[in-house]
Ligand binder design. Structure first.
Ligand SMILES: C[S@@+](CC[C@H](N)C(=O)[O-])C[C@H]1O[C@@H](n2cnc3c(N)ncnc32)[C@H](O)[C@@H]1O
Length: 196
């Protein structure tokens, strides 16, 4: 107890800190810790599990994809590895009656998204989960921006679980076991559209 009191009274004098400085220092350390946890887990998943890294689809691309798919009101839309869930956030504006589900394995991204959905009263449902463990049988549309290795494995999962008529959209990485219904190019990136 003596040590703690000495330390607290010592720090402000020695470093010229006041309570506001201390508050920002602690905030900075919390953000740095969260960032380090995020970086280490991403590194682990990318190197040892072959998972896709966190890179967001830009809003311009998302808006063009949503324009392309037409109406998906009242349906069940999934974003696998949702990151910031930007696809779902834009889909919520275009299809307010759709059921929107995001699956993200990163603890940090999941909680940042979760806080966002609470603050903005979004009806996006989020799961902190490996999407290979998710049930995709009720999906009407699935959006992915992942990598080749993951799309190859997901192809088999789509084949086994998804009902005929389910739309799969993959940015940049094709699902080789399916023949695309169409391929469009946005910002020099191919977007693959499949219908199961
Ligand atoms: C390239 S980012 C795409 C993010 C978002 N879908 C977008 O387009 O902006 C891929 C995301 O998938 C997540 N991810 C990769 N493999 C996953 C898995 N097996 N289960 C859940 N999330 C995964 C990563 O953590 C990362 O956030």
């Amino acid at each position: 107890m003596k040590y703690v009191i000495i330390k607290i009274s010592f720090l402000p004098d020695f470093c010229g800190y006041n309570y506001l400085h201390m508050f920002f220092l602690i905030l900075f350390l919390i953000i740095l810790t969260i960032y380090c946890v995020f970086a280490v887990t991403q590194f682990y998943h990318i190197i040892f599990k072959g998972w896709a890294p966190f890179v967001s689809t830009d809003i311009k691309t998302i808006n063009k994809i949503i324009k392309e798919i037409g109406s998906f009101a009242g349906s069940n839309i999934y974003e696998l590895g949702c990151g910031w869930a930007l696809f779902l956030k834009q889909a919520e504006k275009s299809f307010p009656s759709a059921k929107l589900t995001g699956i993200e394995n990163s603890f940090v991204l999941f909680w940042l998204d979760r806080i966002w959905t609470i603050l903005f009263k979004s009806k996006i449902i989020l799961f902190k989960q490996n999407f290979f463990a998710a049930d995709l049988s009720t999906a009407d549309l699935i959006y992915c921006y992942l990598n080749n290795e993951t799309m190859a494995k997901l192809g088999k999962k789509f084949q086994a679980e998804c009902l005929p008529g389910t739309i799969i959209i993959s940015r940049r990485f094709p699902v080789l076991i399916f023949k695309p219904e169409k391929i469009i190019k946005i910002n020099r990136q191919k977007i693959y559209f499949y219908k199961i």
